[in-house]
Write a protein that binds this ligand. Sequence first.
Ligand SMILES: [Zn+2]
Length: 153
Amino acid sequence: MGIIDRKEDCFICNKHAGVIETSGATIYEDDYVYVGHIDNNGKPNYLGHIMIDLKRHAPTLGDMTEDEAKTFGVVMARVSKALMESEGAEHVYSLVSGNSVPHLHMHVVARYPNTPEEYWGPMAVYDWEDAPMGVNSEVIKLCNRLKAYLENN
Ligand SMILES: [Zn+2]
C-alpha cells in the first residue's frame, strides 16, 4: 500500500467515520482519541492487539497538540493497565510505525504469561504457535471487557 495523503482516502479516518467496518468494537472514544482492536481482514486476530488512534488526521507523535498528547498518554496508560488487569497480560508492548498509513496510530500489544522468550516483542508474539488468536466474536468480547474495565476504573 502506498502513502495516502488525502483524508478522504485514509483508512483510519474512514474507520472513525463508520465508513469501513472493522473487527471488534469501540473500546474507548473521546474528542481526541479512538481505541479499538486491530483488524485482520476477517481472519483470526491476536487477542489483545489494541490500536490507539488520534482522531485528527495527523501523521506523527510530534504533530499532536499538548491537549491531544495529554489525552493520548493517559489513554495509553489506562488501556495498558486494562490489558494487564482484565486480560492477564504480563507485559504490554507499544509501537508507532506509520509506514503505510500517515495517520497517527499506536499499536498496544499484550504479552501473556508463558510466552516463550524467543517470541517476545510487539510483532514476534504472533509467531508463537500457542498465541491466543480469536475470531471476531471473541475480539468483540475482549473489547467489551476492556471497555467495562475502563468505565469502572
Ligand atoms: Zn486519517
